[in-house]
Design a protein. Structure first.
Length: 120
């Protein structure tokens, strides 16, 4: 008699695990590639819907790390130029996004400045 009351909970747990694996498999194709040259910034976002490419003039681009309105939401890292803003690294943790923001600020610079690109 001890096994049968546990069976519905086991089935519920397996269903939850299956949903989590399905969601993970759907997100596996989501990637972002950021290319910075002397004159421009290119952001290619790939997902199961296809690829989208945004390009910015490096001289006019600005990197912003936006704080969330409440502690329940993550920070947002954006690259902005000419009235357009695109989010970068939405799949990263807040700490990783902070490190990436600092690295991008060093490479991109602020508005009207383009520091020399360093090769690491």
């Amino acid at each position: 008699m001890g096994f049968w009351p546990v069976l519905p909970f086991w089935a519920l747990e397996m269903g939850g695990l299956g949903l989590a694996l399905y969601a993970n498999m759907q997100r596996r194709l989501y990637t972002q590639t950021l290319t910075i040259t002397e004159s421009q910034i290119s952001l290619v976002t790939r997902s199961r819907r296809g690829a989208q490419k945004q390009e910015f003039a490096r001289h006019w681009a600005k990197v912003r790390l936006r704080s969330p309105r409440t502690r329940l939401y993550p920070t947002r890292l954006t690259i902005e130029s000419s009235g357009r803003a695109f989010e970068v690294g939405s799949f990263l943790t807040d700490e990783e996004r902070g490190v990436l923001a600092e690295r991008l600020r060093n490479l991109v610079g602020g508005m009207n400045e383009s520091p020399p690109l360093e090769i690491d």
